[in-house]
Design a protein around this ligand. Structure first.
Ligand SMILES: NC(=O)c1ccc[n+]([C@@H]2O[C@H](COP(=O)([O-])OP(=O)(O)OC[C@H]3O[C@@H](n4cnc5c(N)ncnc54)[C@H](OP(=O)(O)O)[C@@H]3O)[C@@H](O)[C@H]2O)c1
Length: 263
């Protein structure tokens, strides 16, 4: 086996990675993967205590750094950008993972669940890439461009969205933003792609996985018959962040065990 080739293709060792919402769920799975692969990882979250708990949960955190801030408004985004830039001259990989959802019947779906969901799910990914543009450009080369990985959702593509009206619309917006940003930023040596997860265990999906009936029905709708794991999402993120993914941009990649096949 040519391990040299595998290293050349998939190494992210020594890269600096910023993962929003890295304290729990999918964000923590990604933080673990990048730390284990030898990257320096910044995770963001709203509360310092939540981030400290994440540090404890990550065990031997290696090159882990914490950045507290709220991505639900422009000042919070700016604070995270400034705090990162005080620490690091370069950013190889920005993972826009933080996300919010809201579910309620059509008649009573609240106005407040539009602005906040769109702020976190659509505006923050754009504003972070905009604010960190110089850091991404500084990390980029022709051979190994900088990367933006947006965490979208298969629920942007199906209408079975459990009354999460603003969420499904925000993720569709994020997928389109991914393509537009990819076109804009490719000449600047920054690649922009999205991963669209299906079902992964997290706070956001606890209500599905804790209810046996709901869980079984959901798993039955997934051709692979199971939820996604840290290795599933970590494997795709490492591909997109490494030399192996250096010719991929503007892609929205479903990571859903085949869930979308039936839609
Ligand atoms: N789990 C799934 O099956 C699934 C499927 C499709 C897509 N996704 C997407 O995957 C991403 C991660 O979600 P998850 O499932 O891992 O859920 P989660 O455990 O609830 O994680 C959401 C993360 O977003 C952060 N966040 C929320 N509002 C924020 C705000 N105003 N400012 C800063 N951070 C904020 C949270 O950080 P703090 O609470 O620490 O502030 C949390 O770490 C989301 O974009 C979600 O839409 C998940």
């Amino acid at each position: 086996m040519n391990t040299g080739l595998l290293n050349q293709l998939y190494s992210v060792a020594g890269k600096t990675v910023l993962i929003t919402g890295g304290g729990g769920g999918i964000g923590r799975m990604l933080a673990r993967t990048f730390l284990d692969a030898g990257a320096r990882v910044y995770i963001t979250g709203r509360k310092a205590e939540g981030l400290q708990a994440a540090r404890a949960a990550l065990g031997d955190p290696g090159e882990l750094r914490l950045l507290a801030g709220d991505l639900g408004h422009a000042d919070g985004v700016r604070a995270i950008v400034e705090a990162f830039r005080r620490e690091e001259p370069r950013l190889h990989v920005l993972v826009n993972n933080a996300g919010r959802t809201w579910g309620a019947p059509f008649e009573s779906f609240p106005d407040s669940a539009w602005q906040n969901v769109f702020e976190v799910n659509v505006h923050a990914p754009f504003a972070l890439a905009q604010g960190l543009l110089g850091s991404l450009e500084s990390a980029a080369s022709d051979e190994d461009p900088a990367r933006v990985i947006n965490i979208g959702s298969v629920y942007a593509e199906t209408t079975e969205v459990m009354q999460a009206y603003s969420y499904t619309a925000s993720k569709a917006a994020l997928h389109q933003l991914t393509r537009v940003m990819a076109r804009e930023l490719a000449p600047r040596r920054i690649l922009v792609n999205a991963i669209a997860p299906g079902l992964f265990p997290s706070n956001m999906t606890e209500f599905v996985l804790k209810n046996p009936e709901h869980r079984d029905a959901t798993l039955a709708s997934i051709p692979r018959g199971r939820a996604g794991t840290a290795l599933d999402i970590g494997g795709l993120a490492i591909f997109l962040a490494s030399r192996a993914g250096a010719y991929v941009t503007g892609a929205v990649i479903p990571l859903d065990g085949g869930l979308l096949i039936n839609h």
